[in-house]
Every structure is written in structure tokens, then in C-alpha cells.
Design a protein around this ligand. Structure first.
Ligand code: SF4
Length: 209
């Protein structure tokens, strides 16, 4: 039976090389209760903003994108764990890998006060990156993370051989037909500000943790 469950999203990039290993379908969920000081995505904090989509439709879009896997980021995926878990389970059944970012720590997500559905989302995740962004602990060395407290958890064997020490951070810039510029990926704040100073028009940033 097809579920009518929905997810509230801030953005989707169907094909990116900047949000995890290989080419990925990236989903920024809308809403974040963690609210790290210095977060680059405060426009994704409000839980009633963004757009509501059917999980079944999102799974179909991800599978048809022809990518290696999906990445869930935000916003906070575990604030919508039941829907995010259903999405992750669906794409994994189709053979895609799942990478999930969270501002919570894994111990909380596995503990007695974890959000509803957290166990299912963890069970459907191959690679988990946990921990809040701490602006005073910037990490210039590892890919995809913003601060040194954030940890990579190889929950399955799928990415256990990943060489984090040689993988680069990437920044992708997209120019829409209407001239709007959107950026996703990770760069240092100074690099990002220098880049943005050079571009005109309205700018929407993707995930930067
Ligand atoms: S960095 Fe991530 S977890 Fe922290 S406030 Fe921003 S969106 Fe939420």
C-alpha cells in the first residue's frame, strides 16, 4: 500500500557532487529545532515554511535521477524522522545509498528520549554525520562538515573505505533561467563571501554546515 506521508522541504538538488560521496540527490528538509549559533541556513529553521511533498513522489524522483545515493540535510532531518525514514527506506530498497546529516548527536538519537522515527531513519542510513555546527571550532580539513566536533558514523559497510583525508570540499554554483543564482556545498566563509561579492542578483545558499 502506498503511503500518503509527506515531508516539508526547503530545497532539492537532483544531482550534485558537493553533498557527499559520488553523485547524489540532495534533500534539504525544512525546519530545525537545533538552531546552532552561526548556522548558514537560518532560512531553513521555520517548520512551516518550504513546500510539502509526498514521500512516494520524492522517492520516485530520487530513483529516476540516476545517482549513487541521496543525502538528507537541512534543516534537521530528525525533526521529520518518520517521513525522512520512509524516504530513506524507499530509496535504499531501490539500491541507492543514504547519507544523513543531523545537528543532534547519535547518542541522543539512540537514547530513550529520541524523536519518533529516529530508529527507523538511523536503520535506513549508511553514513551519518552528527553534531551541531560550532562556529568556534571550524574544520577546514574534512569534507562536507563545518566544525571539528561533527562525527562520521559508518553505520553500514557501504562507505567504510571512504578516504576522508583526500576528498575535497566542493562548491557548486547554479544559474537558473531567470538569472537566480543558487549555491550548495561547502567553502570557508571568507571564500564564500569573496565569491558572493563577485556575483550579482539574488542568491540562495544550499547547505553549509
Ligand atoms: S547547522 Fe544544521 S543543525 Fe545547526 S541550526 Fe543550522 S540547519 Fe540546524
Amino acid at each position: 500500500m502506498t503511503s500518503d506521508r509527506t515531508l516539508r522541504l526547503g530545497a532539492v538538488v537532483p544531482r550534485t557532487r558537493a553533498e557527499g560521496p559520488g553523485e547524489r540527490f540532495a534533500v534539504w528538509v525544512q525546519g530545525c529545532s537545533v538552531r546552532c549559533s552561526g548556522c548558514f541556513n537560518p532560512h531553513l529553521w521555520g517548520p512551516s515554511l518550504g513546500q510539502e511533498v509526498r514521500v512516494a513522489d520524492l522517492v520516485a524522483d530520487a530513483v529516476s535521477a540516476g545517482v549513487e545515493g541521496v543525502t538528507l540535510l537541512g534543516g534537521e532531518p530528525f525533526d521529520q524522522a518518520p517521513g525522512a525514514a520512509e524516504f530513506a527506506t524507499g530509496v535504499r530498497e531501490a539500491g541507492l545509498s543514504v547519507m544523513t546529516f543531523t545537528g543532534f548527536v547519535r547518542e541522543y538519537l539512540e537514547g530513550p528520549k529520541s524523536p519518533d522515527g529516529a530508529d527507523r531513519l538511523l536503520a535506513a542510513t549508511d553514513l551519518l554525520v552528527d553534531g551541531p555546527y560550532l562556529a568556534d571550532r571550524r574544520d577546514p580539513h574534512r569534507p562536507w562538515v563545518g566544525s571539528t566536533n561533527q562525527r562520521f558514523h559508518f553505520i553500514t559497510d557501504r562507505y567504510r573505505d571512504l578516504r576522508l583525508d583526500v576528498l575535497p570540499d566542493r562548491l557548486e554554483v547554479r544559474v537558473g533561467k531567470d538569472g537566480e543564482i543558487a549555491i550548495n556545498g561547502w567553502a570557508g566563509v571568507d571564500q564564500l563571501d569573496a565569491l558572493l561579492a563577485d556575483v550579482a542578483g539574488s542568491v540562495g545558499r544550499g547547505r553549509v554546515r
